[in-house]
Design a protein around this ligand. Structure first.
Ligand code: MRU
Length: 356
């Protein structure tokens, strides 16, 4: 399994995803500010991995604090949480990860738990969240595998794999599980301009697992769909609104429209922590704007004329109407998503809700 991130006695070790596929190097974060930089600079990326990194970031901040009383430590936790929350706005898992640790801290502080015990508890919880993320990916795989074709090519966009999680992946986890169950699946990986998560990361991790993978430029899917070369699409998610509208890497929305036009099923795979019940619909999801240089430059080389205007939204929103099903660790959600999400929220253990 690829160690995307790892809690070590000396700090949190992150596989530097900006250097892949050419270099496999690690960045050690020894304090919460360094964890914030690692998230902001996309050394670690992908919603579930960001969520656990943020949780570990709060935990390392508390663990390394020199505060001697709970009042001072509580004030520090507010600063730590704010610093991590300001790194990236779209993936709701970031805020979920911070809240999980902060809520535990608040509970323990409210009962005057000694600081060393609090430190041990928050570190242990953040490390458990790592294991739970891998378990959730495996569950998504089990629920989602039967939806994929027994034989055929599945298109994915961005990287929703082991690298975007603590291991196994969401969308790529479903593909892995289908292959483990005997499906004969090839993968088309959209290159995913401008950060090239598909060309660099999805291709890298699938080749490591000997899964047949072909990289496509982002403008090739329509042609290949029209020729019957794509049997299903599966992507991850950064935030799913209460009505099923789904924010994911820029370009996903276009792929969903193409899939609809060609009658190809379009699946989203994401842990429950990606569902944001507080956001009613997709237009309310904040979309991160990233630096123009990601578009103007490729591999350090300028590709566009000096002074040209640049847009660089990092995500777009796929309306729920284009989504065939949402695969979570709790089971598979079908339209109408407003109802199926509410039902699964109330009955988390319901393993499968049948299509309406
Ligand atoms: O900007 P990134 O690389 O963090 O964006 C990642 C994506 O959009 C993924 O598809 C999403 O986070 C799901 S990862 C399981």
């Amino acid at each position: 399994m690829i160690p995307t991130l790892e809690w070590l006695p000396e700090g949190i070790n992150f596989l530097d995803q900006t250097k892949l596929p050419l270099e496999e190097t690690y960045v050690l974060a020894t304090d919460y500010n360094q964890v914030a930089t690692v998230i902001r600079d996309m050394i670690v990326r992908g919603a579930p991995a960001i969520g656990v990194s943020a949780a570990m970031g709060v935990a390392i901040g508390i663990d390394r604090s020199t505060a001697t009383d709970l009042k001072a430590l509580t004030a520090e936790v507010a600063i730590i949480s704010r610093t991590l929350a300001e790194t990236r706005p779209t993936a709701v898992n970031l805020f979920w990860g911070i809240d999980e640790i902060r809520n535990l801290f608040n509970e323990l502080a409210a009962t005057n738990t000694p600081i060393p015990e609090i430190k041990a508890a928050v570190v242990a919880k953040s490390r458990r969240m790592y294991d739970e993320d891998i378990a959730a990916c495996k569950q998504m795989g089990a629920h989602g595998a039967p939806l994929l074709p027994k034989e055929g090519t599945v298109l994915t966009h961005c990287n929703a794999g082991a690298l975007a999680t603590c291991g196994y992946g969401t969308a790529l986890g479903v593909i892995r599980a289908a292959i483990e169950a005997g499906h004969n699946i090839d993968v088309f990986a959209d290159e995913t301009r401008p950060f090239l998560q598909g060309a660099r990361l999805t291709a890298w991790e699938l080749l490591k697992d000997n899964i047949p993978t072909t990289v496509l430029c982002d403008n090739m899917a329509a042609h290949l769909m029209s020729k019957g070369r794509i049997q299903a699409v599966i992507v991850g998610a950064d935030r799913i609104a209460a009505n099923g509208d789904t924010a994911n890497k820029i370009g996903t929305y276009g792929v969903s429209i193409l899939a609809k036009e060609h009658n190809i099923p379009f699946y989203v795979a994401a842990p429950w922590s990606t569902i944001d019940l507080a956001t009613a619909y997709g237009d309310l999801i904040p979309i991160e704007q990233r630096a123009a240089t990601e578009v103007t430059h490729s591999n350090g080389k300028q590709m566009t004329p000096h002074g040209v205007a640049i847009e660089n939204p990092a995500f777009d929103v796929t309306p729920a109407k284009y989504i065939t099903a949402i695969i979570t660790e709790r089971g598979v959600l079908y339209p109408p998503f407003t109802q199926s999400i509410q039902q699964m929220d109330k009955h988390p253990s319901a393993s499968e809700l049948t299509p309406a």
